[in-house]
Design a protein around this ligand. Structure first.
Ligand SMILES: [Zn+2]
Length: 210
């Protein structure tokens, strides 16, 4: 039974975007999906059901929940190494100092949060998961199975980040993270995120089998 997205249109950076009827559940496994049919094919993207791998073409609903967003894998992305802005060495030093502090206070933290200082490449995304700028380097402060905290040299405008993580064998895994917290820390920004979903894989062999 189709439900309807907010009538008409999404006002966005890309202009007025038409949205059709909601694809309310996955046709194969019935997982609720945050996707609507695209009335304008220029905005259509491919979404993969996280549960069963079925692919849908459409746009994100305007009023999706983070829980619904977990049900889909957005279209594959790959960061162009030539366009990545490097991190400044001072910020790395700062993050290492914070990390030492984090370690000494570890008993106050949840057991699953590991202080891991590493340079990561991320890209800011808006609520429709469109890029807000080129990818840039930032620094992880700590990592858990649920999310990652970052130290960044400026405040973020977007509510989402695409984060490139290195899997076994050095393969890139692109993860979608939702920004939950942003506050100043010294001259930098402390950014807390939760992992939402993974982007679809860009390599054929890793894709979910149909
Ligand atoms: Zn499914």
């Amino acid at each position: 039974m189709p439900t309807y997205c907010d009538e008409g249109a999404i006002v966005s950076g890309a202009g007025l975007q038409s949205v059709g009827s909601r694809i309310s559940v996955c046709s194969r496994c019935e997982t609720p999906l945050p996707i609507c049919e695209a009335l304008d094919s220029r905005f259509a993207r491919v979404w993969t059901c996280s549960q069963c791998g079925t692919q849908f073409t459409g746009v994100l609903a305007k009023n999706y929940s983070i829980q619904e967003l977990r049900a889909v894998r957005p279209e594959a992305i790959v960061f162009d190494p030539d366009s990545i802005q490097p991190v400044c060495p001072e910020m790395l030093e700062f993050a290492r100092g914070i990390s030492t502090h984090d370690r000494s206070n570890i008993e106050k933290r949840t057991a699953t949060r590991h202080p891991i200082v590493a340079i990561l490449t991320v890209m800011e995304l808006d609520e429709q998961l469109r890029a807000l700028g080129p990818p840039f380097q930032t620094i992880s402060r700590n990592l858990s199975t649920g999310g990652i905290c970052l130290i960044n040299d400026r405040a973020l405008a977007g509510d989402f980040l695409a984060i490139e993580l290195k899997g076994a064998g050095g393969a890139s895994i692109y993860t979608l993270a939702h920004v939950l917290r942003r506050r100043p820390i010294g001259p930098y920004q402390d950014i807390g995120t939760e992992f939402v979903t993974k982007f679809a894989s860009s390599t054929i062999e890793e894709q979910v089998e149909e």
